[in-house]
Ligand binder design. Structure first.
Ligand code: F0G
Length: 350
């Protein structure tokens, strides 16, 4: 079978005879079991889904390939999105790969450098605004309404359709849905998509159970947890620095229908989880993607028992996108002359 979400899950996607099928290699990401963290956190089975292995380094590619295929089918010549960095990287890549234009509106100075580099390299038309993601999205919604440009934020239903395939993959690999799915929540499209995917596969008889959806926002950007819009969202996890999520209601539905929760984690908890994931799992995720594990750690600290549970944590984006945050506050390392004896001694071999 050809690689990619469009080929693999054709029967579950809104594809017609006229939809162009193509791929940049998205989907089919690894589901990795981590025995060290399983022991440390006393979890029955603990898996991480490495969405950073997608072509632009985040889960966005799953939804983007469907959104762009449908846009091409409809004859669109340009795509537009607001973004905290990953959606724009993905939109820019797929637009470039398909020979259409991408226009991205981003909050100035709040995008990780790797993501900026992606938008630049793929030649997106970039507008950085003096404002946050929520303001950028408002502008994009107005402009895509008014002009012949396709909206590729997750308010475009084709994005959700593509992203739900990650839930299919989990069931295809495990043979059953997990008991819990831990996932970061920003604009709330992804938790919506996973829940849709789990429900559809359940309905198709591919799983007997559905997971509890465990969503985590950053404390400084936790509108769903607090029950009101956050006007000035702040968090080190810049990908989820969002105060008014577009899929707010649908995220609440996923939580309530599944018997899960949407909670929040502090920046310190996020950074500690990012480190934990790297040093015990060998997995380097960007800060936002560590909110899943941070949530699990928080619930364990509160005494919740997962010793007989099968848990999947979504690592939504690769850590290589945001190396500035990763190396900030890092422990010092040895810097020495190029001399064997000196190096040997400093390493404690002699
Ligand atoms: N993790 C990462 C790495 C993200 O980039 C995002 C969202 C999320 C989690 C949250 O997913 O928005 O579906 O709830 N990034 C968007 C962007 C907002 O513009 O790249 P969500």
């Amino acid at each position: 079978m050809k690689p990619g979400v469009l080929y693999r899950y054709k029967d579950f996607l809104p594809i017609t005879k006229k939809t162009p099928l193509f791929s940049l290699g998205e989907g089919d990401t690894p589901l990795v079991r981590c025995s060290q963290l399983e022991k440390e956190l006393a979890v029955g089975e603990l898996y991480f889904k490495l969405e950073g292995c997608n072509p632009t380094g985040s889960f966005k590619d799953r939804g983007m390939v469907v959104a762009v295929a449908k846009a091409l089918e409809e004859g669109s010549k340009a795509l537009m999105c607001a973004s905290t960095g990953n959606t724009s990287a993905s939109a820019a890549a797929y637009a470039a790969g398909c020979g259409v234009e991408s226009i991205i509106i981003i909050p100035k100075g709040k995008i990780a450098l790797g993501k900026m580099a992606q938008a630049i390299v793929y030649r997106a038309k970039i507008v950085a605004i003096d404002g946050n993601f929520d303001q950028a999205l408002k502008i994009v919604l107005a402009l895509t309404e008014k002009h012949p440009v396709t909206l590729v934020n997750s308010l475009n239903p084709n994005r959700i359709e593509g992203q739900k395939t990650a839930a299919f993959e989990i069931i295809d690999v495990l043979g059953e849905a997990p008991d819990y799915l831990f996932i970061p929540v920003g604009n709330a499209g992804n938790i919506t998509a996973y829940w849709k995917g789990f429900k559809e596969y359940h309905q198709a008889g591919k799983s007997k159970v559905k997971p509890k959806m465990m969503g985590f926002q950053a404390e400084g950007a936790a509108p769903i947890v607090r029950g009101h819009i956050v006007e000035k969202p702040e968090t080190v996890a810049s990908a989820i620095r969002i105060g008014n999520p577009a899929s707010w209601k649908r995220a609440e539905a996923a939580r309530d229908e599944s018997g899960g929760i949407i909670d929040m984690v502090s920046d310190d908890e996020i950074l500690a989880a990012q480190k934990m994931l790297a040093t015990r799992g060998g997995i380097f995720g960007e800060p936002a993607s560590a909110a899943s594990l941070a949530g699990l750690v928080k619930l364990r600290r509160q005494g919740r028992d997962f010793s007989r549970s099968r848990i999947v944590c979504i690592v939504t984006g690769t850590g290589l996108k945001d190396t500035e945050t990763a190396v900030k506050g890092a422990e010092p390392f040895l810097e020495l002359p190029a001399d064997q004896a000196t190096v040997e001694k400093a390493l404690g071999f002699i």
